[in-house]
Design a binder for this molecule. Structure first.
Ligand SMILES: *[C@@H]1O[C@H](CO)[C@@H](O)[C@H](O)[C@H]1NC(C)=O
Ligand SMILES: *[C@@H]1O[C@H](CO)[C@@H](O)[C@H](O)[C@H]1NC(C)=O
Ligand SMILES: *[C@@H]1O[C@H](CO)[C@@H](O)[C@H](O)[C@H]1NC(C)=O
Ligand SMILES: *[C@@H]1O[C@H](CO)[C@@H](O)[C@H](O)[C@H]1NC(C)=O
Ligand SMILES: *[C@@H]1O[C@H](CO)[C@@H](O)[C@H](O)[C@H]1NC(C)=O
Length: 445
């Protein structure tokens, strides 16, 4: 019984190794970035378990339905990042054509040395290329653990953050300055504001309201220069008015929400900021623990803002995770990757979590909006990039043929595995999961 299984596994892996685009299995990660352009949820960068570094750019297709634990990721081979970065921030340009990537711990891909010679990289979605824009204006320091937002005139606001000054011991300082990147004129400006300055802060959540007010929630702060970093009270919201360039603070009302860092937030069209996940922080300790509730929403249409915990949100909730990302697409908040505090393992790469903001429930099926025209059935081979390259026809034919082989092989493998399962339980445990097989093929690479 051992021989046929090994043979099939071998064929399976050979086929998969010619299908890295079609059957792309991304590395698990956290502290990464994501953005939605053109019905594609793009994911890149972050800190991974296997090598510590990753440069691939890949996406989840949101134009078709899927189950949240049976995903097909697609690699964009030309979209590889020019550097390694984690704990950085990304913001989409106003016309949705360009991703602006700023900061984080940045490393040269060849030498693995820290490299802060360029703090901003841009990804052009149409041509699938990264570049380093020429930026004028003020000199901006490197920062980590920040979150940028863009206003409707194309200015990206980056508040404070962490600057590691000793990269060996990972010690550094928090800041409370406001750095603005004008994406139209390509210039940096450090705003000079003296009144009402908030505490120095990092690892917060940030969302800009339609009226131009940026809402900063949670994270870590330093109440005085020599003080330890401490968690921000979730009821003390920092507000930055991008029209008047003024800071203020607001005391929220409503349900009690644990302080947290490394959590996510999305702003819904009806003015709720939905936060999810994150972890606690204790000075002098690297142990992070889970926070409660996992999900909460802040109603920004009330004055003062009001916290509430949706009654159904604990049901079929994802585990406690931090360092994930959240993106809003129609009625879905989509949570990708992160670190699972319940298992102390990286979140599975074959799973996303879906929260329906209309029904206020965690769901397992994603379907594109009903009001869209129904599309013809998708071709058997996904088109992996907006602009096909010269040799892409051959590649597509190759992929098509391999796909046929692959499907036959999967069927045969499933058949064989079922036969084996009847006789040998132990062997099957390791192999019955397709994902394990895909990972094996990566190691073969
Ligand atoms: C950018 O994308 C968002 C949705 O993701 C959409 O609402 C908006 O209209 C788009 N903007 C442009 C200029 O295409
Ligand atoms: C931030 O850290 C870098 C070293 O990583 C240092 O060169 C720079 O001066 C620091 N910036 C500030 C504002 O302290
Ligand atoms: C940075 O941290 C390392 C390890 O804690 C220490 O040995 C080194 O002296 C520090 N460097 C500076 C410039 O403080
Ligand atoms: C900072 O935290 C450490 C470790 O818990 C503690 O020993 C120290 O007293 C704290 N320092 C201040 C200024 O609170
Ligand atoms: C990292 O990978 C190793 C080897 O696959 C695994 O044993 C370990 O549990 C992983 N760690 C986390 C935190 O996921």
């Amino acid at each position: 019984m051992h021989f046929p299984f090994k043979l099939f596994k071998f064929i399976f892996c050979i086929l998969l190794s010619t299908n890295l685009i079609l059957c792309y299995d991304p590395l698990k990660r956290y502290l990464h970035n994501s953005a939605i352009i053109d019905d594609k949820l793009l994911v890149f960068s972050g800190y991974t378990n296997v090598t510590d570094y990753t440069y691939e750019l890949f996406y989840l297709d949101l134009s078709t339905s899927f189950e949240n634990n049976k995903l097909t990721w697609t690699l964009i081979p030309e979209g590889s990042l020019p550097i390694y970065t984690y704990q950085s921030t990304t913001v989409l340009s106003l016309d949705n054509s360009t991703i602006f990537l700023y900061g984080g711990f940045m490393k040269d891909k060849n030498t693995l040395d820290y490299d802060y010679s360029n703090l901003v990289y841009t990804y052009d979605y149409i041509t699938s290329t990264w570049s380093t824009p020429k930026l004028g204006g003020d000199i901006i320091p490197p920062r980590q653990d920040i979150k940028g937002v863009i206003d409707n005139s194309g200015k990206i606001y980056i508040f404070g953050g962490y600057n590691a000054t000793n990269l060996t011991s990972n010690t550094g300082d928090l800041y409370n300055d406001m750095n603005v990147l004008n994406t139209i004129s390509n210039t940096w400006t450090t705003l000079s504001i003296s009144g009402n300055l908030p505490n120095r802060c990092s690892r917060y959540a940030a969302n800009i309201l339609p009226n131009g007010i940026v809402v900063y929630i949670g994270g870590l702060e330093q109440v005085s220069t020599d003080a330890n970093f401490t968690l921000v009270d979730m009821n003390k919201i920092k507000l930055f008015d991008t029209n008047k360039l003024e800071w203020s603070e607001m005391d929220t009302t409503g349900d009690a929400i644990d302080s947290r860092q490394y959590f996510s937030s999305v702003l819904t069209p009806d003015g709720y900021i939905i936060i999810f996940g994150g972890c606690s922080y204790t000075p002098g300790s690297s142990d992070y623990s889970s926070v409660s509730p996992k999900l909460a929403m802040l109603d920004t249409s009330k004055n003062p803002f009001e916290w509430s915990i949706p009654s159904n949100s604990e049901e079929t909730s994802p585990p406690s995770i931090y360092g994930h990302t959240a993106n809003l697409y129609n009625d879905y908040m989509i949570i990708t990757f992160g670190f699972n505090l319940d298992t102390q393992l990286y979140s599975s790469s074959s799973q996303v979590y879906l929260y329906n903001i209309k029904s206020d429930k965690w769901v397992t099926t994603f379907s594109p909006t009903e009001n869209k025209p129904s599309l013809p059935p998708p071709p058997s081979t996904p088109v992996y990039a907006p602009k096909p390259k010269k040799d892409s026809k051959l590649l597509v034919i190759g992929l098509g043929l391999s796909a046929v082989f692959l499907i036959s092989c999967i069927s045969i493998t499933i058949f064989v595995v079922r036969r084996i399962r009847q006789t040998s339980d132990d062997e099957v445990k390791q192999t019955s999961d397709n994902n394990d097989l895909i990972q094996v093929s990566h190691k073969v690479e």
